[in-house]
Design a protein around this ligand. Structure first.
Ligand code: ADP
Length: 504
C-alpha cells in the first residue's frame, strides 16, 4: 500500500539534515526522504541534535519536552521546528555541553574528531530511545524507528532491551565510519552490561557503535543494491562482512533520490541561467560564469571537468591529482570544490598555481559554488574507490553534466556506460571505468572527450541523463514497503504472544 492513507508513524533519527546542518550525503537524504514520506501519508518526525549552528539560525523555538537521563548531568530539552520550507517536524535534542558548539557536528576546528563523540551520540541515542518508547511527554509513539549511520546505531540496541519497543530500520550510508571506541568508553556510557559481547557491541576488544544497528535492527539497508553486496565481501566489509552475510535476509539496497526543490536546473536560484533538456543551449551561460568565477580563460569549446567533495582517499582524489599533472596543453579545464585531507588540499593548490589557465581550485565548503559547478561543467569526475550511493553523479545527470565514474557501489547502479549499443538504444548516461587507477580514469576521460567533440552524440547522452527519474518519490516508496513489512511483522509477533498468553 502506498496511498496517502498509510498513517504510519516514523521516527527518523539522524546526526545531520539539510538545510539545518550538512557535512555530506546523509544530510541530503535526511533533508529530503522525510518530506517524500510525508507525501506518501506517513506521520514522520525527524530527530536531530541541537548543534550550536542550528540554534544560531533558529533563535525562537518552542520547547516541547524536558527530561533527565540517568548518569547525565543537567536537563535535556526537546525543541520543535521544521525542516526548511517543508512541513516535516524536527525535534532538536538540546543538551548544551554536548551539542552547543559551533562548527562541524563531528570534528573540531582543526579537523580532529571531538574527543567526546561517543558520549555525545550515546546521549542522543538515549533520547531517541525515550521518544521511541513514548516516554518523552510527546504523546506520540512511532510504529518504526529509522536510524542512520553509527551516530544513531545504539538506538536499535537500546530498543531491543525493551519488550514494547517499536521495530527499527538501520541504514548504512557509509560502512567506513563505525564509531569505534575503547572498552573503557563502553563502561563510561552506562549501557546495559549484556551489550558487551562479540554478539553485541564488542568488536575485537573495542566498542563498535555501528554493530548496534547491524546486530539489533530488525531490517538493514544500504543506499544502493551494489553496495549491499559489496559490504558482504572481505574487500569492503571491514571485518563486518560475516555479520552482514548472517543478516543478508533482512539486508537490502535502496538508492538515494534527488531533492527536486534543491537540485533542479529549471528552478535553481543559485545558478546563473536556468535550463531544461529542451533548452540545453542555455547551459553554456553557466559554463562561462564558472570560468569567470574560477578565473579560467572563457572558452566555449574547451572540455570542462569538475569535482565536488571530501578530499579523502575514498573519493579517489589522489587519482585526480595524478591525472591533472598530465593535462597541460590539452583543450581541457578542471575546477574543484572541496576540503579534507591537508596533503590533498596542498597538492591541488600547488597544481592550480602552476597551471592557472586550466585548473581552478576552491578549498572549502560552499553550497552556491557546488550548484554552479554542477550546472557549468561538461563532465563530472567520481573515481571513488568505494561509494555507497554518491549524490553528485545523480545531480550531474539532472544538470546535463556527464558523470565519469568508477564501477562501484551506487555509481555502478546509477550510471550506464557509453557503448555503441547503449548509445543506439538511448540508455547511455556516462562513462564507467573498472579499475581505481589513474590509467583507467585517464582512458575514461579520453573516451568522454572524444564523444564531447561529436556534439550530436554528446547531446543525446545529456538528454538521456536529464530524463532519468531519480526522484525521491520512487525510493520513498521502497522505504515505505520496508516500514510496512516491519510493522506487519511486529503485529504478527504481538498476536502470537497474545495467543500464547491466552493458552497459559
Ligand atoms: P559523502 O556523503 O560521502 O561525502 P555524497 O556524494 O553522498 O558523499 O554526498 C556529498 C554531498 O555533499 C553532496 O550534496 C555534495 O554536493 C556535498 N558536498 C561535498 N563537499 C562539498 C563542498 N566542499 N561544498 C559544497 N557541497 C559539498
Amino acid at each position: 500500500m502506498t496511498s496517502k492513507q498509510n498513517n504510519l508513524k516514523i521516527l527518523f533519527s539522524t546526526s545531520e539534515a539539510h538545510p539545518l546542518i550538512k557535512t555530506g550525503g546523509l544530510a541530503d537524504v535526511a533533508g529530503a526522504l522525510p518530506a517524500a514520506l510525508l507525501n506518501l501519508g506517513c506521520d514522520v518526525r525527524v530527530v536531530l541534535p541541537a548543534y550550536g549552528d542550528i540554534l544560531k539560525k533558529q533563535p525562537s523555538m518552542e520547547a516541547v519536552a524536558e527530561m533527565y537521563l540517568p548518569g547525565v548531568p543537567g536537563m535535556v530539552t526537546l525543541y520543535a521546528t521544521c525542516l526548511g520550507d517543508s512541513p516535516v517536524e524536527v525535534l532538536l535534542v538540546d543538551h548544551p555541553s554536548a551539542f552547543a558548539r559551533e562548527g562541524n557536528p563531528y570534528l573540531d576546528g582543526d579537523g580532529e574528531v571531538w574527543p567526546d563523540n561517543a558520549e555525545r551520540f550515546a546521549l542522543f541515542s538515549k533520547v531517541v530511545q525515550r521518544i521511541a518508547l513514548d516516554q518523552a511527554q510527546l504523546d506520540w509513539k512511532p510504529d518504526v524507528v529509522h536510524c542512520n549511520d553509527w551516530q544513531t546505531a545504539l538506538v536499535p540496541a537500546l530498543l531491543r532491551q525493551q519488550p514494547l519497543a517499536p521495530p527499527s530500520l538501520f541504514t548504512i550510508h557509509n560502512l567506513a565510519y563505525q564509531g569505534l571506541f575503547p572498552q573503557s568508553t563502553f563502561n563510561a556510557l552506562s549501557l546495559p552490561a549484556a551489550l558487551w559481547s562479540p554478539d553485541a557491541l564488542e568488536f575485537h576488544g573495542q566498542l563498535s557503535f555501528i554493530k548496534g544497528g547491524l546486530v539489533f535492527a530488525d531490517c538493514i539497508n544500504t543506499v544502493s543494491a551494489q553496495y549491499a553486496n559489496e559490504i558482504q565481501t572481505p574487500e569492503m566489509g571491514y571485518g563486518l562482512e560475516g555479520l552482514l552475510q548472517f543478516r543478508k535476509n533482512v539486508l537490502s539496497g535502496i538508492v538515494n533520490g534527488i531533492d527536486d526543490s534543491v537540485w533542479n536546473p529549471k528552478t535553481d536560484a543559485l545558478i546563473c541561467q536556468n535550463y531544461t533538456s529542451r533548452t540545453l543551449s542555455k547551459k553554456k551561460a553557466n559554463k562561462t560564469a564558472l570560468q569567470k568565477r574560477y578565473k579560467l580563460p572563457v572558452e566555449e569549446d574547451v572540455f570542462m571537468l569538475g569535482f565536488i567533495g571530501r578530499l579523502v582517499e575514498q573519493k579517489g582524489i589522489d587519482l585526480i591529482i595524478e591525472f591533472l599533472k598530465t593535462i597541460e596543453n590539452q583543450a581541457m579545464q578542471f575546477c574543484l570544490l572541496g576540503s579534507g585531507d591537508k596533503k590533498f588540499e596542498a597538492a591541488l593548490l600547488r597544481l592550480a598555481g602552476e597551471n592557472p589557465k586550466q585548473l581552478g581550485v576552491t578549498i572549502g565548503y560552499d553550497e552556491v559554488i557546488a550548484h554552479q559547478i554542477e550546472a557549468g561543467v561538461d563532465a563530472f569526475l567520481m573515481p571513488s574507490r568505494f561509494e555507497p550511493c554518491g549524490l553528485n553523479q545523480l545531480y550531474s545527470l539532472r544538470y546535463g553534466t556527464i558523470p565519469i565514474v568508477h564501477n562501484v557501489g551506487g555509481l555502478a547502479d546509477t550510471v550506464i556506460d557509453v557503448t555503441d549499443e547503449s548509445i543506439a538504444n538511448s540508455t547511455a548516461t556516462g562513462f564507467v571505468f573498472d579499475q581505481p587507477t589513474v590509467t583507467s580514469l585517464g582512458e575514461a576521460i579520453n573516451r568522454a572527450q572524444k564523444r564531447y567533440r561529436k556534439p550530436r552524440t554528446w547531446h543525446k547522452l545529456v538528454r538521456n541523463g536529464m530524463n532519468m527519474d531519480y526522484s525521491w518519490h520512487k525510493s520513498a516508496q521502497e522505504y515505505l514497503k520496508l516500514y510496512q513489512f516491519l510493522q506487519q511483522e511486529r503485529e504478527a509477533q504481538k498476536s502470537i504472544q497474545t495467543i500464547k498468553l491466552l493458552k497459559e
